[in-house]
Design a protein around this ligand. Structure first.
Ligand code: MG
Length: 188
């Protein structure tokens, strides 16, 4: 078993189509389904003691389609399916729809990652962003993080550009998690 990794690194995680299946504007916790491999990868990352932080655009709130409470109920169901307990240190959700005030926090902006770094005293250069969209790797890159494209649910039209930007393209959750833990070992 690897030694516990402490310090200022964190793993930022997209939610929809990275940890759970994307259902547009999901507000029903009964429809939450995990992406294959997410559960065991998150369990292993938790053992490494890295803060796990959700970075997610939830414009359905700004569009008036779902409430913040519904987003929280989906988050709670996701945590339950991932094994329960407090899994995520923080939820960075941007509820704004494009054109709303504060929509500049939406990915691909690095703002939510930067806010979390300030709040939790993180070193962004020693941190990771995992996601399935071009905007995830762009946000992570703009924040100065190492970026992992999880190539399970990448929109085909975004694949090429995303692969070019990403520090690493993982074909499944297990290799994404292995790559993160490997970088941390190297950094020691
Ligand atoms: Mg996503």
């Amino acid at each position: 078993m690897p030694p516990a990794i402490m310090g200022k690194s964190a793993v930022f995680l997209d939610r929809d189509d990275t940890l759970i299946e994307n259902v547009p504007y999901l507000g029903d916790p009964n429809k939450v389904k995990l992406i294959p491999g997410a559960s065991s990868a998150i369990a292993e990352l938790r053992r490494s003691k890295l803060p796990l932080i959700i970075i997610s655009n939830q414009s359905g709130v700004g569009r008036g389609l779902i409430t913040k409470e519904q987003v929280r109920s989906v988050d709670a169901r996701m945590e339950e399916l991932l094994g329960g307990g407090k899994i995520f240190t923080h939820y960075g959700h941007c509820y704004a729809a494009p054109g709303d005030p504060y929509d500049d926090r939406r990915k691909p902006s690095p703002k939510m990652l930067q806010e979390a770094a300030t709040t939790f005293g993180l070193n962004l250069k020693e941190s990771f962003m995992v996601g399935n969209r071009l905007s995830d790797v762009q946000a992570g890159q703009a924040a100065g993080c190492q970026t992992i494209l999880l190539n399970l649910r990448v929109p085909p039209e975004e694949l090429e550009a995303s692969v070019q930007i990403a520090s690493f393209t993982a074909q499944d959750w297990s290799s994404a998690k292995d790559w993160i833990l490997e970088q941390l070992t190297k950094a020691k």
